[in-house]
Write a protein that binds this ligand. Structure first.
Ligand code: FES
Length: 81
């Protein structure tokens, strides 16, 4: 059994049609791009579509991490009042 988070490196290719790597997708997501913009920017999802589920799941994970992180920092700010 593998955990994707722990075992998948940033240079793993997520979209083989465009050669888009996991790290590229993460960095574009962190710049605020949504899945459509990431697709236009990288060419991911514009070929066979076989990466669609993986990329959607990855973006969902990133969004969850981001919201839990911002929730945490908000709580930290609140506790300093
Ligand atoms: S693997 Fe991404 S479009 Fe084909």
């Amino acid at each position: 059994m593998n955990s994707d988070e722990a075992t998948t490196p940033a240079d793993a290719v997520m979209c083989h049609c465009s050669g888009t790597k996991r790290g590229n997708i993460q960095s574009l997501f962190e710049q605020g791009l949504d899945v459509d913009a990431i697709s236009r920017w990288t060419g991911a999802l514009s070929g066979c579509g076989g990466c669609e589920w993986d990329i959607a799941e990855f973006l969902k994970e990133l969004a969850e991490q981001q919201s839990s992180t911002s929730g945490l920092s908000r709580a930290q700010v609140d506790s300093t009042k």
